[in-house]
Design a protein around this ligand. Structure first.
Ligand code: IPD
Length: 274
């Protein structure tokens, strides 16, 4: 059986994420070389690739038997298979569009799973120096200080995050607009920060009350799922069942009571799984 010592893995992961942050900081205000992936607004930069390469190297060096799922590796044809083995799931730059525009809401999102459960979640915005961390059953932290979700349970008083995503397919755009229209006059405010992981971190820290998205991938949400749970919140499937990390849809909230007020209002866009 593979040995999995969460404290040892966390130390290596944290150091790797801090070093990745230096790569992002160094490139942040410079001109970027940008390529497109699935469509004109699905972007990748040299920094996304450099961070992912560095993280893969760290894993190989320290835990050669661990598995890896990374956004940019999957983009060039690697498999996205989640097994029971210890698996690092990485979005090297979440909020790539923000990064390209030097809009300071981009982060590294890293989760480590064992037997398909998230044991470690780290989300780091190096520009604003925000380091969110969680280990299973040990609480959630922002820059080493404990964080909690908000106490809001009333939809009409809630700040809800609804992203536009990185796909301009007609059906997807219509679905996004339906959800925005359905919620707009029922909430205190709607927001879109441009980074799924930072949206989830904001819910965990109590700054926003809920966030949902159709079209996200496992690397966008795995780290945030643990951080939210450890901060006292919930992450669910958009139809209300348990969250399936590979299903490409998710709603998180400060409480199940709040999530259940949003779920009936959502257009349930059907998507292919990761
Ligand atoms: C994207 C961002 C965006 C979300 C998309 C993600 P990327 O990730 O998190 O906010 O709406 O669904 O794909 O491409 O910047 O890593």
């Amino acid at each position: 059986m593979t040995e999995f010592d969460v404290e040892v893995v966390f130390e290596v992961a944290l150091k790797a994420v801090k070093d990745a942050g230096e790569i992002i900081k160094e490139a942040f205000y410079k001109k970027k070389s940008v390529l497109t992936k699935s469509c004109d607004v699905d972007l990748v930069t040299e920094t996304d690739q450099a961070v992912e390469k560095m993280l893969i190297g760290r894993i190989k060096e320290n835990f050669p038997s661990h598995m890896f799922i990374g956004e940019e590796s999957v983009a060039v044809g690697e498999k996205c298979d989640l097994t029971n083995d210890p698996t690092w799931i990485v979005d090297p730059v979440d909020g790539t569009m923000n990064f390209v525009h030097s809009f300071p809401h981009s982060c590294i999102a890293l989760a480590v799973l064992y037997h398909k459960d998230v044991h470690i979640g780290i989300i780091y915005n190096p520009i604003l120096e925000q380091m969110y961390t969680a280990k299973c059953n040990q609480g959630a932290f922002l820059n080493d200080k404990p964080i909690r979700v908000s106490e809001e349970t009333d939809l009409s008083k809630s700040l809800v995050i609804a992203e536009f995503g990185t796909n301009r397919d007609t059906q997807k755009m219509e679905s996004v607009l339906k959800n925005v229209s359905a919620l707009m006059n029922k909430v205190h405010g709607l927001r879109a920060m441009g980074s799924a992981a930072l949206n989830m971190a904001s819910v965990a820290a109590g700054g926003a009350d809920s966030y949902f998205e159709f079209g996200i991938h496992v690397w966008d949400i795995a780290a945030g799922a643990l951080i939210i749970k450890e901060a006292g919140g919930v992450c669910l499937d958009t139809e209300g069942g348990p969250l399936d990390l590979m299903s490409r849809r998710m709603i998180c909230a400060s409480s199940e009571k709040l999530a259940l007020q949003i779920i009936p209002l959502l257009d349930q866009l059907k998507l292919e799984r990761d």
